[in-house]
Design a protein around this ligand. Structure first.
Ligand code: ADP
Ligand code: MG
Ligand code: MG
Length: 255
């Protein structure tokens, strides 16, 4: 079992108005085999948390720690974090002009594992994963995310998840903009990987809808840069009924 531990994390960004604190003391422990949902309103800092774990240079860690089995994640480069088994499915996946999906997937897999995958198995794995995610075979020769629809980009994020097999997957609003059919397909992909028992998942979402397909073990309500409440799956049901207002009211608007 592996453990990703976030302790009392404070993160800020530099804007034109100066430095702005976004995360204000986040603590969270995820073990492989567990699914944690982070639910919160827009602007509460969910993507900031995801990007900070992945090592986006835009975000400055003011204090606190992130460790993976005791190793200091914050001291690792973005590449080292990926090789250590951290995977981020971005809220807004980026287009990579001039790089085909096939080349990208194989190059990334080789970099992650430190050796090239056996060609015969790899080709079969890619084909199978694409077909299960209902990604047309033509996409293999297209440039990464270039001209893909929102839903296609999200499927491709989960394609990477299934092929790269991370220890910890952070899924940042993978559900947003998906119709019900796409949501099911994407959720099935996550669940297939989860069923192997070797992955911890941090599922970031604004809506409870995806939790019908991906069952969280723990739910954390995220408001104004910190976790305002924690519980089991029943907490998501309460959010569905009550929304986030109750939590927002409990949080001071001005520090
Ligand atoms: P969420 O994902 O919960 O919607 P974000 O982490 O995207 O929240 O944003 C949290 C806050 O930080 C928001 O007020 C947002 O405007 C601000 N923020 C985040 N990233 C940037 C950025 N790159 N530049 C300016 N403001 C940012
Ligand atoms: Mg947002
Ligand atoms: Mg976000």
């Amino acid at each position: 079992m592996s453990t990703l531990e976030i302790k009392d994390l404070y993160v800020s960004i530099v804007t034109e108005q100066g430095s702005k604190q976004i995360l204000k003391g986040v603590s969270l422990t995820i073990n492989t085999g567990e699914t944690h949902a982070i639910m919160g309103p827009n602007g509460s800092g969910k993507s900031t948390l995801a990007s900070t774990i992945a090592g986006h240079p835009r975000y400055t860690v003011d204090s606190g720690s992130i460790t993976l089995d005791g190793e200091d994640v914050l001291a690792m480069s973005v590449d080292e974090r990926a090789r250590a088994g951290l995977f981020l499915a971005m809220q807004y996946p980026v287009e990579v002009p001039g790089v085909t999906m096939t080349n990208f997937l194989r190059t990334a897999k080789t970099a992650l594992d430190g050796k090239a995958p056996s060609l015969r198995h790899w080709t079969k794995d890619v084909k199978q994963a694409m077909s299960q995610l209902r990604i047309d075979a033509d996409f293999a020769q297209r440039n990464v995310n270039e001209g893909f629809s929102g839903g296609e980009k999200k499927r491709v994020e989960i394609l990477q998840l299934e092929l790269f097999r991370p220890r910890f997957a952070i899924l940042d609003e993978t559900d947003s903009g998906l119709d019900v059919d796409a949501l099911k397909v994407v959720s099935e992909g996550v669940n297939r990987e989860h069923a192997k028992g070797e992955m911890g998942t941090l599922l970031i979402t604004h809506y409870t809808r995806i939790l019908r397909y991906i069952k969280p073990d723990f739910v954390h309500v995220f408001v104004d840069g910190r976790i305002a409440e924690e519980g089991g799956p029943e907490l998501a049901d309460r959010l569905e009924e009550e929304g986030y207002d109750r939590f927002a009211a409990a949080t001071p608007a001005v520090e």
